[in-house]
Design a protein around this ligand. Structure first.
Ligand code: HEM
Length: 488
């Protein structure tokens, strides 16, 4: 009786003027209204209940923001109050309760960890210094594509892009390739599982009394297993760096973190397990997002031949038809940048950004929002809002960016693929350096055709999405590359 009394009790709240809410069921609240693709179901609900909605998962209040105007209030006007991240079971298990950067609570520890990554890995100077690694890996990938182009069989371009991002990130952050090509898909699947679990809404996180449901579904076991595999892998990487010590000829990001740990130069205690978590963040936040952007970009360009042609013309003119497009040449390519912006508008890898949690009571658009409320910002819906993007908001049209002064810094809230404010992604420069030069080279060196689907289900196949906090394309992109005559 006490158990039922507890879970059936309506959410206690002192708020008087609450945002609109869809009707909810006893016990579970609005959980049943989420589909496998929450960005889609939440947008659907927001069309009916408005751009500021209050849902309840169990008894936990969840604020859903679906307009640029309210995103501005959350991430600019009240950014400090919304700068926390909620703690979930997945964060507990994978990220040691949020000892990484992306899920740590707002405060000194988060500031120090973010600054470590920004200074020693993600700064402009550091990103520039990795140019040769990017070039070597892109050339290697293109050589393989060149070989494959003489065969009549299609190439799995998604896999090539996953290998590329993985190789670049491993070499930059850990000094060498740790995941061999034959294992990258397996590694990609592991990452995907973590993303899925970090983006899932397990019943037990919201209704304590029903935590056993997650156990029975095998969710807890799956989390423990994947976490153990990853922990062992990262332990091995860090241990190898420790063992090699002085003998090592190169000095990479892991070496830097170990030095900071030993010498306590950063002014705060960095545990060995915290180093593992920084590395995990780089894989989760850095590798999957960059790969996903490239994968969507190639699919969209191949399926929009007029955009592909325009881009090829720009790149081939700027690169003077050379075999490899240099990063300095990419700088002046306006249409290339417009293509990437449009890809990230329609398919932001984090469609709901990363969840936030309100630390003090606040008033938003006249509504009272209580401290502790979790906050979802539906960037995917904001990016497709016809009131700001026009009636063709759902269409892939890179041209729309040519005359817009939008950048990735999250200052204009109708375009926030990297978030905004204090929690803005620190990896923008790092990601763009790889995405721009990779795309420029693939488009410059080859002409592309996509496999025609046998059942005519092209849209279903090419646009299907994965699930989780990071959303990519579900099915691999099989293509036929042919060497462009100008770069033979
Ligand atoms: C296309 C590529 C990328 C996209 C679209 C992207 C997107 C995002 C988004 C939406 C957030 C949450 C922002 C918020 O809550 O307001 C985020 C956070 C973060 N990203 Fe990225 N990201 C990308 C690449 C990278 C790379 C390459 C790295 C590092 C190697 C990185 C590291 C991080 C970290 C550490 C955070 C947490 C920041 C914090 O909580 O303070 N990201 N990213």
């Amino acid at each position: 009786f006490l158990f039922l009394k507890q879970i059936l009790k309506p959410a206690t709240t002192t708020n008087r003027n609450l945002p609109p809410s869809p009707p909810r069921l006893p016990v579970i609240g609005n959980i049943h209204q989420l589909s496998l693709h929450p960005h889609r179901s939440l947008r659907h609900l927001s069309i009916r209940y408005g751009p500021l909605m209050l849902l309840h998962f169990g008894r936990v209040p969840i604020l859903v923001v679906s307009s640029a105007d309210i995103a501005h209030d959350v991430m600019k006007t009240h950014d400090l109050k919304f700068a926390n991240r909620p703690k979930t079971k997945a964060v507990d298990i994978f990220l040691n309760g949020g000892r990484d950067v992306a899920f740590s609570s707002y405060g000194e520890y988060w500031r120090q960890m973010k600054s470590l990554c920004s200074v020693h890995l993600l700064s402009k100077k550091m990103v520039r210094s990795f140019e040769n690694i990017r070039e070597e890996e892109i050339v290697t990938m293109m050589e393989k594509l060149k070989k494959a182009s003489s065969s009549s069989l299609p190439v799995n371009l998604s896999e090539s892009l996953l290998n590329l991002t993985n190789n670049v990130i491993c070499r930059i952050a850990m000094g060498r390739k740790y995941i061999l090509e034959e294992n990258t898909s397996e590694f990609g699947n592991l990452l995907r599982t973590i993303m899925e679990l970090l983006g899932a809404f397990p019943v037990g996180d919201y209704i304590r009394g029903l935590a056993w449901v997650d156990k029975i579904r095998g969710l807890d076991r799956k989390m423990e297993e994947v976490s153990k595999t990853f922990r062992e892998f990262l332990d091995g990487v860090v241990q190898e760096h420790v063992d090699e010590g002085e003998k090592k000829e190169t000095f990479d990001f892991v070496d830097m973190l170990l030095q900071i740990q030993r010498e306590k130069t950063s002014g705060f205690e960095l545990a060995r397990s915290d180093i593992n978590l920084i590395m995990l963040d780089i894989f989760l936040a850095g590798m999957a997002t960059s790969y996903t952007t490239l994968d969507w970009a190639m699919m969209l360009l191949i399926r929009h031949p007029e955009c592909m042609k325009k881009l090829q013309d720009e790149i081939r003119t700027c690169s003077r038809h050379e075999f490899y497009v240099l990063e300095e040449q990419v700088e002046s390519m306006r249409y290339l940048k417009a293509v990437i912006k449009e890809v990230l508008r329609l398919h932001p890898p984090g469609p709901l950004l990363a969840p936030r949690q309100l630390s003090e009571d606040v008033k938003l658009k006249g509504y009272d929002i209580a401290a502790g409320t979790q906050v979802i910002i539906n960037a995917w819906a904001i990016h497709r809002d016809t009131t700001t993007w026009g009636p063709d908001a759902e269409e892939f049209k890179p041209e729309r960016h040519l005359d817009l002064p939008l950048d990735f810094s999250g200052q204009d809230f109708k375009y926030i693929p990297f978030g905004s404010g204090r929690r803005l992604c620190p990896g923008i420069g790092f990601a763009m350096a790889l995405i721009e030069v990779t795309l420029a080279n693939l488009v410059n060196r080859f002409n592309w055709k996509v496999e025609i689907r046998p059942n005519g289900d092209d849209d279903h196949y090419y646009l299907a999405e994965t699930t989780g906090i990071e959303v990519g394309r579900k099915f691999p992109l099989f293509v036929f590359p042919s060497l462009a005559s100008s770069t033979l």
